[in-house]
Design a binder for this molecule. Structure first.
Ligand code: 13P
Length: 249
């Protein structure tokens, strides 16, 4: 399975930050794993131009479930694709929290993204209160059940699942490696139960305070097939070593 190092720039980055993209490509011309950056929509096409012909792919951070229409401020999957995206992050906890995105909405977006030929990176993860209450697997099981398409249509690499514990995002805190392994094994089993043996090839990413200093340990955990990186994806000097660690894992 080809591993994936994905960066989520969130609402960060203006034109001057594109220098980081060139630096990343120069440092990792053929990284040995897939490498993806998801900038704000305003930078997508310019980043895609810089990445053209390199090993770097670019993606969106959200899309609408409909192809077009009266949806002020929204972007369709086809629009992302036209701007140069190959992937889109969907159901990130920040969108679930800030925009009240439900599992059903995330599923509709996922199907729209795949219909447009984009790889959907669907995010799941528990809050700290849910973990403390012992509800982690229950919550993640329900998110998977509701957010993923009922059937796996198209290529198996058109779906990626990212496990991002909400309490680990941007906090510098991470679950133990054992906890990461438990959740990833649970997600793998749930996907196999839902889609059959082919689901063993679906990439599972860990996200939440991944840094150069902890990346190699996280990548050694079974069923961790890459990372979804926030803050440490903004600088080539941070993201590059994470990409290199994944390529070596
Ligand atoms: P941090 O890497 O900044 O914790 O963010 C993780 C994340 O939310 C990626 O989508």
């Amino acid at each position: 399975m080809r591993k994936l190092a994905a960066g989520n720039w969130k609402m960060n980055g203006t034109a001057e930050d594109l220098a980081e993209v060139s630096a990343l490509i120069t440092a990792h011309p053929a990284p040995g794993c897939e490498m993806l950056l998801c900038p704000p929509a305003t930078l997508l096409s310019r980043m895609a131009d810089i990445a053209a012909g390199s090993a770097l792919m670019v993606g969106g951070q959200n899309c609408h479930a409909k192809a077009s229409g009266a949806h002020t401020g929204d972007i369709s999957a086809d629009m992302l694709k036209e701007a140069g995206a190959t992937h889109v992050i969907l159901g990130h906890s920040e969108r679930r929290a800030d925009h009240a995105e439900t599992d059903i909405a995330v599923r509709a977006k996922t199907m729209a993204a795949q219909a447009a030929g984009l790889t959907a990176i669907v995010c799941v993860g528990e809050t700290e209160a849910q973990r403390n209450a012992g509800e982690t697997l229950l919550v993640i099981g329900a998110q998977l059940a509701g957010s993923l398409p009922v059937k796996l249509t198209g290529a198996v690499d058109g779906l990626v699942v990212a496990y991002e514990p909400v309490w680990a995002i941007g906090t510098g805190r991470t679950p133990t490696l054992k906890e990461v392994g438990e959740v990833h094994a649970f997600i793998r089993a749930a996907l196999v139960e839902r889609y059959g043996e082919t689901a063993r090839a679906i990439r599972l990413l860990y996200g939440g305070s991944v840094k150069p200093s902890n990346a190699a340990d996280i990548f050694a955990v079974p069923h961790v097939n890459g990372a979804l990186v926030g803050g440490a994806s903004l600088k080539a000097s941070d993201f590059g070593p994470i990409v290199a660690a994944l390529a070596k894992a």
